[in-house]
Design a protein. Structure first.
Length: 246
């Protein structure tokens, strides 16, 4: 049976300040929890309504379906919920940065978008994701769930993007509405791809640091179209084109 203190702790982790204070985050479902365990994330506690098919031998506290509903952040809870210790924050490595293909998120706010981008980065083999401090916290329950386990596979570094990009010795790409056609521009096998805020795009300070401005063209020139693409969709299209060339 869950104690009141356990319930209070788990529910408090919805807020970033509490995750930071406790150094814990929530993951849900056998897939996400299993991927984190396989990747070496250290569990604090694991709760399950069934004998969960999880990798490694971990202590699991049996709970009821009703208890899972009380602590879950999902509309439809998925048998398993775990608390993990946050890993030590990583710092940018200049040598690696200049030889990798990475994504930088400039104030991307929606947790679903951030989680989906992490999943996209995993699929296309991106070497790292650099997040501005104003980007949605990658350890929020919504982001972790949207990654579907990919948060365990991609290095994620929160840092000052202006400082990072000003020191980069590699191409810095950005998707902007006044850019050049993505499909006709030369693309390097290494560099940093900057994706901007959902409403305002890439911030002015970061735009000044772009070495290559890219545009994903639309194909209805003579009729009304959407003003722009969702940032996660734009990330997928851009990453796919880089990998197609590579």
């Amino acid at each position: 049976m869950l104690s009141k203190s356990q319930i209070k702790l788990i529910r408090s982790l919805e807020l970033k300040k509490n995750r930071k204070r406790e150094n814990l985050f929530v993951a849900e479902g056998p897939k996400v929890v299993g991927d984190l365990l396989r990747a070496g994330f250290k569990p604090h506690s694991v709760f399950s309504t069934t004998p969960a098919p999880l990798p490694f031998n971990v202590d699991i506290q049996d709970i009821t379906d009703e208890e899972l509903y009380r602590i879950s952040f999902l509309q439809h809870p998925q048998e398993v919920l775990a608390l993990f210790h946050m890993p030590e924050p990583s710092q940018p490595n200049a040598t690696q940065m200049n030889t990798q293909l990475a994504i930088a998120l400039d104030n991307v706010q929606d947790p679903g978008n951030v989680g989906t981008i992490i999943r996209i980065a995993d699929w296309f083999g991106m070497d790292a994701i650099y997040c501005s401090p104003t980007t949605a916290d990658v350890y929020s329950p919504k982001v972790v769930q949207a990654t579907m386990g990919s948060i365990a596979h991609v290095p994620i570094i929160v840092c000052d993007l202006t400082k990072l990009l000003s020191q980069a010795q590699c191409p810095v790409y950005g998707t902007v509405l006044d850019g050049e056609n993505l499909y006709s521009q030369p693309l390097s096998p290494h560099g940093i791809i900057v994706m901007g805020n959902e409403g305002n795009g890439i911030s002015p300070a970061i735009r000044q640091l772009l070495t290559h401005r890219l545009l994903i063209p639309n194909y209805h020139k003579d009729s009304e179209t959407a003003e722009s693409l969702n940032v996660a969709i734009a990330t997928a299209i851009t990453c796919a084109e880089f990998r197609r060339r590579g």
